[in-house]
Design a protein around this ligand. Structure first.
Ligand code: DX5
Ligand code: ZN
Length: 215
């Protein structure tokens, strides 16, 4: 079986201690950090942007997995790529149509970055099938994007096998929202190979135990 990639979401980290938090999750066994970018339009919350990615790039060699919950993603691919993101994931719902999504994917790849597409709970897996062979990662949201600490939506996880069945062998199928030691197993048994967890990891008093408990 292929490795499961754990990507802690820094949304639940202590932002005043971000460098130390990132070092701590690296020591705990995480391979990347998930950076939730919210614009107050696509989602009703505002978080962090390009300067934070730039600082994190200097501070760590972990994979910087950037989740863009923003409108007009095409405007911000270049700055996030140049800031040092390794993976850039945008939302299908932020695109006008599937051709627009294909353009955003090409743009991400033109900077030599991994391209991810994310779907919200109400979007079916089938809607992104036309671009499935163009992306490196599909992010299945198992909560409504916007906030950490929400409850896992079981129905959404049923999109994982649908995507897996149509995916190329190396596709990263990532799940985000409400991941803990129980819901992680549901997702990996359905075919997910990357797990984002925010409040579960950063809310734990032992990050190593938290990361290990997700496998
Ligand atoms: C939600 C974000 C998530 C969030 C997950 O909009 O995309 O990455 O940080 O938080 P938890 O793991 O607490 O559900
Ligand atoms: Zn996220």
């Amino acid at each position: 079986m292929k490795e499961i990639i754990i990507s802690p979401s820094i949304l639940s980290a202590d932002f005043a201690e971000l460098g130390r938090e990132v070092d701590a999750v690296k020591k705990a066994g995480a391979k990347g950090v998930h950076i939730d970018v919210m614009d107050g339009h696509f989602v009703p919350n505002i978080t962090i942007g390009v300067p934070v990615v730039k600082s994190l790039r200097k501070a760590t060699d972990l994979i910087l997995d950037t989740h863009l919950m923003i409108e007009n993603p095409e405007k911000y691919i270049k700055p996030f790529a140049q800031a040092g993101s390794d993976i850039l994931t945008f939302h299908f719902e932020a695109c006008k149509n599937i051709s627009h999504a294909a353009e955003v994917i090409s743009l991400i790849k033109s900077f030599g970055k991994k391209a991810g597409i994310s779907i919200k709970p109400a979007t079916s897996a089938e809607e992104i099938f036309p671009v499935l062979d163009k992306v490196d990662l599909v992010l299945v949201m198992t909560v409504e994007p916007g906030f950490g600490g929400q409850e896992f939506m079981h129905d959404c996880a049923m999109k994982i096998p649908v995507i897996k069945e149509h995916a190329q062998e190396n596709l990263i199928i990532q799940v985000d929202g409400g991941i803990n030691n129980l819901t992680s197993k549901i997702c990996t048994s359905l075919g997910a190979n990357s797990l984002v967890a925010g409040s579960y990891i950063f809310g734990h008093n032992d990050y190593s135990k938290a990361v290990q408990s997700l496998y």
